[in-house]
Ligand binder design. Structure first.
Ligand code: E4P
Length: 217
């Protein structure tokens, strides 16, 4: 399973990149707004930090404008993935951009039928938003399972990018359900390494080693 960082903060992206733990980055207009940086500069900076795919979302609502924006975004860096909303206009734009070999991430996917459309339109990635489904009392992980089964049944090559993840359990369950990638916000990413029993165990080992009076180096 690949991990993307769900962030538009260049400092955070650099930190995780240096750890060698991210395979790409996803952004969205809200994350870009929060970063308070000029758009072009931000995209160029993020795409220079990682060689991995960086999803940047269009903001137009007609397919024609989405295609125009998509071409423009793709020209900003070779690792840009054009993020398109899961609407009919987005699907039309996805077909055109994909035919032109521009990778597309179809975002805001909340159902299996939407995921089928994204795959049929040639999307490189589809992003089911599992946390937002859970927020509405719908099992987000079940959607990942459904999409995985459907994509396997029909040999669709679109990658399942588990998005809107909020908990460690979302990551575990996405992996079990067969998601290709999870895009993870920085705070949750940090927390993936934590376990209270690890801390407790390390404390005991260190205390006992101290008592032994020995040294490795
Ligand atoms: C994914 O590409 C989105 O940027 C993101 O996962 C949305 O997450 P949220 O529901 O926590 O805003």
């Amino acid at each position: 399973m690949d991990f993307f960082l769900d962030s538009a903060e260049t400092q955070e992206i650099s930190k995780f990149h240096e750890l060698g733990m991210i395979n790409g980055v996803t952004t969205n207009p809200s994350l870009i707004y929060k970063s308070k940086k000029p758009f072009r500069e931000l995209v160029t900076d993020i795409c220079a930090i990682t060689n991995g795919p960086v999803s940047i979302e269009v903001t137009a609502s007609s397919s024609e404008k989405m295609v125009e924006e998509g071409f423009k975004l793709a020209k900003m860096a070779s690792n840009v993935v054009v993020k398109l909303p899961m609407t009919w206009e987005g699907i039309k734009a996805c077909k055109i951009l994909s035919k032109n070999k521009i990778p597309v991430n179809v975002t805001l996917c909340f159902s299996s039928t939407q995921a089928i459309l994204a795959a049929k339109a040639g999307a490189t990635y589809v992003s089911p938003f599992i946390g937002r489904l859970d927020d509405s009392n719908i099992d987000g992980i079940e959607l990942i399972r459904e999409i995985k089964t459907i994509y396997t049944n029909y040999n669709f090559t679109t990658k399942i990018l588990s998005a809107s993840v909020r908990t460690k359990n979302h990551i575990t369950q996405s992996a079990i359900a067969g998601a290709d990638i999870a895009t993870i916000p920085p705070n949750l990413f940090y927390d993936l390494a934590n376990h209270h029993l690890t801390d407790k165990g390390l404390e005991t080992f260190n205390a006992d080693w101290e008592k032994s009076g020995q040294k490795i180096l």
